[in-house]
Write a protein that binds this ligand. Structure first.
Ligand code: PLP
Length: 409
C-alpha cells in the first residue's frame, strides 16, 4: 500500500497543487463534500463586493444596463466550455429542479404529437428529479416510469416513451454513465435524452454536443463552487432550441421584455429558457469559481480525481474489511466521489466529521467522500482513508452523541 510519504511526494510533483491556494479552506479540515457544496474561492468576496458595493451601491437600477441583464448568457457561455456545449446552448438561471421542469416539459411537448407522453427516469435518480419528472408527466396527461440501467444498458423501453432523465454521475453510488452510448440507444428508439450533470460538471470532461445530448441541467454549487443556492444551468441542443417551449412563459424569456406586451413571444435564443429576474448577486460567486477553471484543464482535473479516488479506496480496502466499496472502480464508470457501505454509516460519518474529515451519509447505509481535484491533495485522501479505518476499528463512533440526527445530513 502507498505510504503517507509517497503521497506527500505526489503532491510536491502535482502541477495542479497550487490551485488549492485559490480557495479558503479551514485548517485541520479535510473537506470531502465538494460534490455537495464547494468551498469559497478566495476571490469570491471581491466579486460579491464589486456587484454589491460598486454596481448596486453606486449605480442602483443602472446596474441592469451595466452588465446584469446579460449575466445568464455570459455565465452560460463560460459553463459551455466545461460541458462540451456550443455558443448559445447554455444559460444560467433558477435551480436545477426548476430547469429540469422546463426541459422535461419541453421534451414532452416535442413528443406528444406522436403519442409519446411517458417520461422515463433512471431508477435511483436524485429524488427531486423523480418528483419533477413525475409531476410534469402527470400535468400533460402522461406518467413517469422508473427504468433500470444495468451495466450501462437500457432495459426494454415502454411504448409511448418520449424522454428519459438520466444522471451522468449517480449521487449515491458515484457511478458514471456512458453518455454517448445511452443517448444513441435512446435516439434509436425515438426518445429524447435529458442529462443531469450535477455530479459531473467541474470534476470530469462532459461532451454534450459530441454525445448528441438533447437537454441537460446541473448545479453550480457543487464542483463549480459558486456558493450555497447559486443559480443552476440549463443546456438545449441548438437544433432543438426553436421547437423548445418553456413553461412558465416569463418576461425574461420574451423577445422584447421591455415592450411590456400583454402577449408572449419567445426569444429566438437561449434566453427563452429564462423565466424571471436573475439572481445577480449569486452570479458573482460563479464568476469567481469559473476564473479558477479557466486557469486549468478539465482532462488534468479528471486524471487527478481518478488518482485521488484510487488512493483513498486502495488505503481503505487494504487496511479494513469492514466496509464495502459501492462505487465502481473501473475509471470508465467512476465519477469523482467514493461511496462506502457500513451498517453504522451514520454515526461513523458523525465521528469522522468530529475528526475534521467532512463527508456525508446517504440513507440507508452509505458514506460519501467527494474528491474535488481543484483543491484536494493526495495526502488528504490518504489521511481521510486512515481516519475511516481508525474510526471503525476503534469504535469511537459508538459514542451516543454520534447517533443524534441533524436536519441536513
Ligand atoms: C443530482 C442532483 N440533481 C438535482 C439536485 C437539486 O438541485 P436544486 O436543489 O438546485 O434544485 C441535486 C442537489 O443536490 C442533485 O444532487
Amino acid at each position: 500500500v502507498v505510504t503517507r510519504d509517497a503521497c506527500i511526494a505526489r503532491d510536491a510533483a502535482d502541477e495542479l497543487a497550487a490551485l488549492r491556494n485559490s480557495f479558503t479552506l479551514p485548517p485541520n479540515m479535510i473537506y470531502l463534500l465538494g460534490n455537495s457544496l464547494g468551498p469559497l474561492p478566495r476571490s469570491a468576496p471581491a466579486h460579491f463586493q464589486r456587484v454589491v458595493q460598486d454596481e448596486w451601491g453606486a449605480h442602483l437600477i443602472g446596474g441592469w444596463n451595466l452588465s446584469w441583464y446579460d449575466e445568464p448568457t455570459r455565465l452560460g457561455e463560460r459553463i459551455a466550455t466545461l460541458i462540451g456545449a456550443g455558443p448559445g446552448e447554455v444559460v444560467v438561471a433558477d435551480s436545477t429542479s426548476i430547469n429540469l421542469m422546463k426541459v422535461v416539459y419541453a421534451a414532452i411537448e416535442q413528443q406528444r404529437s406522436d403519442g409519446r407522453i411517458l417520461v422515463g427516469y433512471e431508477a435511483g435518480l436524485f429524488p427531486t428529479d423523480i418528483y419533477v419528472a413525475s409531476s410534469v408527466a402527470r400535468s400533460v396527461g402522461g406518467s413517469a416510469v422508473a427504468l433500470d440501467i444495468v451495466d450501462g444498458e437500457l432495459p426494454d423501453l415502454p411504448d409511448g416513451l418520449g424522454a428519459m432523465v438520466l444522471s451522468h454521475v449517480d449521487y449515491r453510488s458515484g457511478r458514471l454513465l456512458g453518455m454517448r452510448a445511452l443517448t444513441k440507444q435512446l435516439h434509436d428508439r425515438g426518445v429524447l435524452a435529458i442529462w443531469d450533470l450535477s455530479h459531473s460538471v467541474g470534476a470530469l470532461p462532459v461532451q454534450l454536443d459530441d454525445c448528441e445530448a438533447d437537454y441537460a441541467v446541473g448545479c453550480t454549487y457543487k464542483y463549480l463552487n459558486a456558493g450555497p443556492g447559486a443559480p443552476a444551468f440549463v443546456f438545449v441542443r441548438d437544433r432543438l432550441l426553436a421547437s423548445t417551449r418553456v413553461l412558465p412563459e416569463g418576461w425574461f424569456a420574451h423577445r422584447e421584455p421591455f415592450a411590456m406586451s400583454p402577449s408572449f413571444a419567445a426569444s429566438d435564443d437561449i434566453r427563452r429558457l429564462l423565466v424571471g429576474t436573475p439572481s445577480v448577486v449569486a452570479c458573482a460567486g460563479l464568476h469567481a469559481s469559473l476564473d479558477i477553471f479557466d486557469s486549468t484543464d478539465i482532462a488534468k482535473l479528471r486524471a487527478k480525481s481518478l488518482a485521488l479516488t484510487d488512493l483513498f479506496t486502495e488505503v481503505v480496502t487494504a487496511t479494513s474489511s469492514d466496509v464495502d466499496v459501492v462505487t465502481p472502480m473501473d475509471p470508465d464508470v467512476r465519477g469523482s466521489h467514493i461511496t462506502l457501505r457500513h451498517e453504522s454509516a451514520y454515526p461513523i460519518v458523525r465521528a469522522l466529521i468530529d475528526r475534521g474529515v467532512v463527508c456525508d451519509f446517504r440513507a440507508p447505509d452509505g458514506m460519501r467522500f467527494g474528491f474535488a481535484p481543484l483543491y484536494l491533495r493526495h495526502v488528504d485522501a490518504y489521511d481521510a482513508a486512515v481516519a475511516v479505518v481508525d474510526v471503525i476499528r476503534s469504535e469511537t463512533w459508538r459514542d451516543p452523541r454520534y447517533a443524534m440526527r441533524e436536519t441536513v445530513t
